[in-house]
Design a protein. Structure first.
Length: 458
């Protein structure tokens, strides 16, 4: 069977080229080979698809294509062997359902005020006239929100340690030195001073703290709590048995990582684009000011231009460039190619979002396109689709809007440099390479407001 075309260079070389310039590399590949491209990893074909018809097939054909957890094993070191990413079939479906209870209507709405307050608290710590790096500042907000929503932890020594460990895990391996050492030592555990040894040390510490929390909560169950950990403690598996403590622990990991990392990255890119383009910032402020002072979070979430800006950020620089891989289990035809069992399929989010036929002038940041046209879930899919679609997509958008609204309406910020921010691939997510350096010019006076805002106490 003939595979779709693709580069013939060795996999490791392609990876190096991709990491050096992720977007440039993806653009070049799409230009040369089109919207269905094969990359060989040893003898396994990996087919990247950026055509809405092919994407629809990947997300909806559950007969021949499976979202196998085994394909996500490389994340298991940090998300546990029984995390949602590693699960299959009915168990996967059921655990997703349990996790998603935490992001439904009333519960999500109840977090709105808290997200605004936390944003205010963190932003008010910035010194006027001094520059700061937006990404870690915003990540502090999104990680706190994540730990609160998922574990129901708000403060205390264990909360601080858990938060610190999540940040350490996310940062580990990101610096050039870490990368060089990782290449020298490969994945060998040569004690705490080797990259893998240190990673395992962080994992042990994090897993111990999470397990301690799970055990304590199991001993003192409280049905009035409305966090995901409580849902999991009271839940039963397919045989009617309670979930084991290890299973509960592993299920907590991916949502907290995603809540902190993916949402934090999307917000850092949002601040970058909004402050790069004065007309976008002005239009947003006009829309936000029209709600009056201290608007209700739900009216912020319903603002059309704010929604369009968030969508455009996730279109132009999707934080996750690709869906998780899917596996062809019986021969399937995709866009005229017959693909054999064993072929890996990946939805190429970035390149679909860069299609000129869907998004004219795709390199331009133009939120208006989302006001003028409705895109299908196979044309615009920053949260993936099908059986592995992001469980926190609606929550992520909700949070993005509230954090942005709070920052923009209350603070005057500016980018330190107008130089374009480069993307940096971190294994799954594409970060702003310099973290988006900004300077705080002080509080913003709300239109028609004579007194400065009062910082709400937490
Ligand atoms: C802007 C923020 C976010 C983006 C862009 C994002 C994007 C994605 C994407 C592209 C996928 C893969 C879907 C697929 O393979 O089809 C995914 C999966 C996932 N996301 Fe998100 N995500 C975000 C925030 C969140 C949040 C806030 C949570 C939870 C609190 C979350 C939890 C997950 C989980 C658990 C999965 C795996 C689902 C599974 O394996 O069944 N994500 N996300």
């Amino acid at each position: 069977m003939k595979l779709p075309p693709g580069p013939k260079r060795p996999f490791w070389l392609l990876n190096l080229q991709f990491e050096a310039d992720p977007f440039g590399y993806m653009d070049a590949i799409s230009k040369r080979y089109g919207d269905i491209v094969t990359v060989m990893s040893g003898s396994t074909p990996i087919v990247y698809v950026s055509n809405p018809l092919g994407i629809k097939e990947i997300f909806t054909n559950t007969k021949e294509i499976a979202a196998r957890g085994e394909l996500n094993q490389n994340f298991a070191l940090m998300t546990g062997n029984q995390g949602v990413l590693q699960l299959n079939g009915l168990v996967h479906k059921n655990r997703r359902k349990l996790l998603m209870q935490g992001f439904h209507g009333v519960r999500m709405q109840a977090c709105g005020q808290r997200i605004c307050e936390l944003t205010e608290k963190i932003m008010s710590q910035q010194v006027v006239g001094k520059s700061f790096v937006a990404y870690p500042t915003i990540e502090d907000i999104t990680l706190r929100v994540g730990v609160e929503v998922v574990m129901g932890l708000y403060e205390g020594e264990r909360y601080d340690k858990i938060k610190h460990l999540f940040v350490s895990v996310l940062r580990h391996g990101q610096s050039p030195i870490d990368k060089i050492l990782s290449n020298i030592f490969r994945q060998r555990d040569l004690g705490r001073w080797s990259p893998q040894g240190y990673r395992l040390h962080l994992r042990r510490e994090l897993f111990q703290l999470l397990s301690a929390e799970v055990e304590e909560r199991r001993k003192q169950p409280d049905s009035s709590r409305s966090d995901i950990l409580s849902d999991l403690i009271f839940a039963c598996d397919e045989t009617g048995q309670p979930l084991s403590d290890e299973e509960v622990r592993d299920l907590l990991l991916s949502p907290i990582f995603a809540a902190g990392d993916a949402s934090g990255t999307a917000l850092a890119w949002s601040l970058y684009w909004i402050h790069r383009l004065p007309s976008v910032r002005l239009r947003l402020l006009e829309e936000l000011d029209s709600l009056g002072e201290n608007p209700d979070p739900m009216s912020i979430v319903a603002l059309p231009y704010l929604n369009a800006v968030c969508n455009e950020v996730l279109r132009i620089y999707p934080t996750q460039l690709f869906t998780f891989p899917r596996l062809v289990e019986s021969t399937v035809e995709i866009m005229g190619y017959e693909l054999s069992p064993g072929t890996v399929l990946i939805g190429n989010i970035y390149s679909t979002h860069q299609r000129e036929d869907l998004y004219p002038h795709p390199k331009e940041f133009n939120p208006e396109r989302f006001l003028e046209k409705q895109f299908s879930p196979y044309e615009f899919f920053p949260f993936g689709g099908g059986s592995r679609v992001c469980i926190g997509g609606a929550f992520a958008l909700f949070e993005m809007k509230l954090v942005l609204a709070t920052i923009l309406s209350r603070y005057q910020l500016e980018l330190v440099s107008q130089r374009p921010e480069r993307p940096k691939f971190g294994g799954l997510i594409c970060y702003p390479a310099s973290g988006v350096k900004m300077v705080m010019h002080g509080r913003r006076q709300h239109q028609g407001q004579s007194q400065p805002f009062v910082v709400s106490s937490i």
